[in-house]
Design a protein around this ligand. Structure first.
Ligand code: DAK
Length: 257
């Protein structure tokens, strides 16, 4: 995959990263993950960027999985190395200090579904299809899909998807909580942008703390999670955004974050 196979577009406070290898249904390679990590580094530092949207090029696929043409040559060490690279980059998306929205325009299979699950919010076009087909290849999900899927949709549904390798459509994905909403294909990017813009005029630091509280708090028991939330709540009071937000309310004007 060449560098151009991952496109970055900036539009005001939005950054749109497009997986751009439609001939192979945007299948993920080592190079894709390395380049994605570089783009995330860049966008984290870019103070103009408030929200990142990930999508796939072409009509058919968001990402149809890891690149299967590389699979046959792998030994166990190589497989582990690739899985750990993919997990590191998907963890990076999950811990990214700005919201990341997946705009899922077609197949989100295997590693593609796993990458989408690392995003904060998933919007799907009505033609999108989801699945973890790894068992058909004699492997299991390796990009933390067994963990994120079970957390998102519950153990029973995760096992059904992983054990059968069957695909589900966007409506079913929405029904089980794998995606937040479904829209027609022609409105997908418009909806993703509109949702992102609703976050752009809010406090970036508050959104960062909220993301941290939800993601990390959920990995704790309730009492610890609630305590963690209180610590982050306290940290908000050290920020300029907190002063501005409260002053704006009291002065009956819009806050400028
Ligand atoms: N990898 C590579 N090429 C892929 C691909 C994939 N995951 N998915 C599709 N393609 C390629 C096809 O080979 C075909 O290429 P050409 O023959 O035209 O050269 C082109 O994309 C168009 O695909 P189809 O002709 O198959 O299109 P259809 O509409 O008929 O079918 C499909 C669409 C999404 C149902 C079908 O393409 C499909 O079943 N794709 C595979 C889905 C899948 O099993 N995904 C992988 C899950 S496992 C690792 C590397 C990889 C992985 C892990 C580790 N290492 C290097 C360590 C994989 C993890 C997974 O995600």
């Amino acid at each position: 995959m060449t560098e151009a196979s991952l496109l970055l577009e900036k539009d005001g406070a939005l950054a749109i990263i497009t997986f751009n290898n439609p001939k192979a249904l945007n299948a993920l390679t080592v190079a894709t993950f390395c380049r994605l990590e570089e783009l995330l580094d860049q966008l984290e530092q870019d103070t103009d960027i408030r929200v990142v949207i990930l999508t796939g090029a072409g009509e058919k696929a968001f990402i149809a999985g890891g690149d299967i043409s590389h699979l046959g040559t792998l030994d166990a060490d190589g497989a582990r190395e690739f899985a750990l690279l993919a997990q590191r980059v998907i963890d990076r998306i999950e811990a990214f200090p700005k919201p990341v929205i997946a705009a899922i325009n077609g197949y989100a299979l295997g590693g593609g579904c796993e990458l989408a699950m690392g995003c904060d919010i998933r919007i799907a076009s009505d033609s999108a299809r989801f699945g973890q087909p790894e068992v058909k290849l004699g492997i299991i999900p390796g990009f933390a899909g067994t963990q994120r899927l079970a957390r998102l949709v519950g153990k029973g549904r995760a096992k059904e998807l992983v054990f059968t390798g069957e695909m589900i459509d966007a409506e079913e994905a929405c029904r089980i909580g794998l995606v937040n909403r479904v829209v027609t294909g022609d409105r997908l990017m418009e909806e993703a942008r509109a949702l992102a813009l609703k976050m752009c005029d809010k406090s970036a630091s508050a959104i960062r703390f909220a993301k941290d509280a939800i993601d990390n708090g959920l990995e704790m028991d309730f009492a610890r999670g609630a305590r963690y939330e209180a610590d982050l709540f306290a940290l908000c009071f050290t920020t300029a955004d907190c002063k501005e937000g409260i002053s704006a309310f009291l002065e009956k004007r819009l806050a400028r974050f």
